[in-house]
Design a protein. Structure first.
Lengths: 333, 263
């Protein structure tokens, strides 16, 4: 039991279950589609949580960074016929660099200028995706195949496994650096800017770091997206996706690693579940309404997020609980 | 330069108010120095100017760094100050409440970490070793201050007196040449204040650093400080040993008012 308290082990266990369970249940293709999209969006949400949960900044343009990763990867792999790994790496690096430059400008100003800058950026980028058709395929969209790594051709099911592996790998990596001096600096910055500065933390540098890292996660997610769904169009990377990311982080638990995954799963599964019900299921744009309503409910009544429910129950019934985990990645008080 | 800190003609004003007015003083190596004055005299403002939380309108602050190099603090940014060997505490204890005490100390060593985010994300050997060394250093400091059994406690769950000490311990993580302490006795009872006096002297003797403190508690100041500067309305009233300060007419007036005021 003591061993299970180690977070990296928990994440790995989660990964194994996520991979094996659909296999055992002989899941249908549509179930894999749903699960893979949860996994992919979770990767972007994980990055988004570094930004929102630690540097306290909001981005409204992360969808655009995902799109950048997707088009980059599709262009390099499907058009230039480079290996999938090259596409994936470039899909991480290019949004990282673009995010770095954008942050360099927007983060110089205090306050919520990053939100405004990224919103504008997303609108511009969406247009570029549509107009720059040599590269993106324009309005008719772009295509890519399942990935090939060292001669192994992925199928739908095995891309899903790849998605989960990348997700778990990133969760562990995120956990590791959040536990180290970088993570402590980010936590310090969020909790007390004065203390952080007095201890030598450059606020600008760490906000920029959090933002660029989060854009990198988005780029990776984008690359996996295009190689799972094998098609995308410019509209997909708009504000709705960015808001979904924001919503899942808020609902799952701000400033937590598991929260990103839980939040995405909640937002994806709830509409699917409710669509089966009479009356409610007939409402148009149900998912959209639910996202909005959930954000409001969680911010007002349970800002700690879904991830904290088990801990709260434990504290309530065992009476001797500790507040949050002891891993340095803590839930808001 | 024999002294570790030399302030010359420091001035800052907020709107029309001159919070600090042509203030000069200097602190010798390994000295415990007190800065006193009535409420609103500008003491904390002086601190904030030295540590660059505020940018003074004029004046110079020279500081002798860890490498015995004399630098002008006005040329540095707020987060660069700690690298030079100058570190501060805050009036209202600025610790990260939901991290453990040892993690709080590790934040104090932030500027000494050299490994990159990538090394940390993949837990490369270099990053692991570095973390281990810092943890040992933090444990040693906690031992010196008698806090070692609280290392893994969450800071927010500890009493105020302990937190004050933890904040002091955190300053030591950066190997300082000068520690600036803002009202260490505020909110402490008499016993805790006495223990604090012992701890401040011990820190100076063990870690060979100078200490500059702002304090209201006259007992603590007169007991621990070797030299004192008294200010009022941002201007220097007097400077000298505790005994000289006690006898100084201007200082008495500032604190107690003029005799004929009462009559």
């Amino acid at each position: 039991m003591q061993l299970l308290k180690r977070k990296p082990l928990q994440y790995s266990l989660f990964g194994i279950i996520a991979i094996i369970l659909p296999m055992l249940l002989n899941a249908k293709g549509s179930t894999y589609t749903l699960l893979a999209s949860i996994g992919i969006i979770s990767i972007a949400a994980l990055g988004f949580n570094i930004l929102l949960g630690y540097s306290g900044q909001i981005s409204l343009g992360h969808g655009a960074f995902m799109g950048m990763g997707a088009y980059m990867s599709a262009y390099l792999v499907a058009r230039m016929e480079l290996p999938f790994i090259v596409g994936l790496v470039m899909a991480a690096i290019v949004p990282l660099l673009v995010g770095f430059v954008l942050g360099l400008i927007a983060l110089r100003l205090e306050g919520h200028y990053l939100a405004i800058a990224t919103l504008g950026f997303a609108v511009v980028i969406e247009e570029i995706f549509a107009e720059f058709s040599d590269f993106t395929g324009g309005w008719s969209g772009t295509k890519a195949g399942f990935p090939v790594i060292f001669g192994y051709k992925f199928s739908k099911e095995s891309v899903y496994v790849l998605v989960i592996l990348v997700l778990v790998g990133l969760m562990i990596a995120t956990y590791n650096f959040m536990k180290s001096s970088t993570g402590r600096a980010l936590i310090a910055m969020k909790k007390s800017e004065h203390a952080a500065q007095a201890m030598g933390v450059s606020l600008f540098k760490y906000k920029l770091l959090a933002f660029s890292l989060s854009t990198m996660y988005a780029g990776i997610a984008g690359s996996l997206y295009i190689h799972f769904f094998r098609f995308c169009e410019p509209k997909l990377w708009g504000i709705a996706l960015s808001l979904d990311l924001l919503a899942s982080v808020v609902i799952g638990g701000i400033g937590t690693i598991g929260g990103a995954v839980v939040g995405v799963a909640f937002l994806k599964l709830l509409p699917t579940f409710l669509q089966g019900l009479p009356i409610l299921g007939d409402i148009d744009g149900l998912a959209f309404v639910l996202t909005g309503v959930s954000i409001i409910i969680f911010i007002m009544f349970y800002p700690k997020g879904l991830i904290n429910i088990p801990n709260d129950i434990y504290v309530r019934f065992m009476k001797r609980g500790k507040e949050g985990g002891k891993d340095g990645i803590r839930v808001e008080d | 330069m024999a002294s570790v800190l030399k302030i010359d003609n420091l001035s800052i004003s907020f709107g029309g108010l001159k919070a600090v007015d042509n203030l000069s003083f200097e602190i010798e190596d390994k000295m415990i120095y007190g800065l006193i004055g009535p409420n609103g005299a500008g003491k904390t403002t002086v601190f904030n100017c030295i540590t660059k939380f505020y940018t003074p309108n004029q004046g110079s602050v020279k500081f002798k760094t860890i490498e015995d190099k004399v630098v002008e603090l006005m040329d540095y940014k707020v987060h660069e100050i700690v690298n030079l060997g100058l570190v501060r505490t805050f009036q209202n204890v600025e610790l990260i409440k939901d991290l453990s005490i040892i993690d709080n100390l590790l934040i104090g060593a932030h500027s000494q970490y050299k490994s990159t985010v990538i090394a940390q994300a993949f837990m490369l050997k270099k990053a692991r070793n570095e973390e281990k060394l810092m943890r040992e250093k933090a444990m040693n400091i906690l031992k010196d201050l008698g806090l070692e059994d609280k290392a893994e406690e969450i800071a927010g769950s500890q009493p105020y007196g302990v937190l004050k000490n933890v904040e002091l311990a955190r300053t030591l993580m950066s190997d300082p040449k000068l520690i600036i302490i803002d009202e260490p006795a505020a909110g402490l009872n008499e016993t805790e204040t006495e223990a604090l006096a012992i701890m401040i002297r011990k820190i100076r003797d063990t870690y060979h650093c100078a200490i500059l403190m702002v304090e209201h508690d006259m007992g603590l100041v007169m007991n621990t400080c070797e030299r004192i500067c008294a200010i009022n309305f941002g201007k220097k009233l007097a400077e000298g040993t505790p005994d000289e300060i006690k006898k100084n007419k201007d200082v008495q007036e500032a604190y107690l008012g003029k005799e004929d005021d009462i009559a």
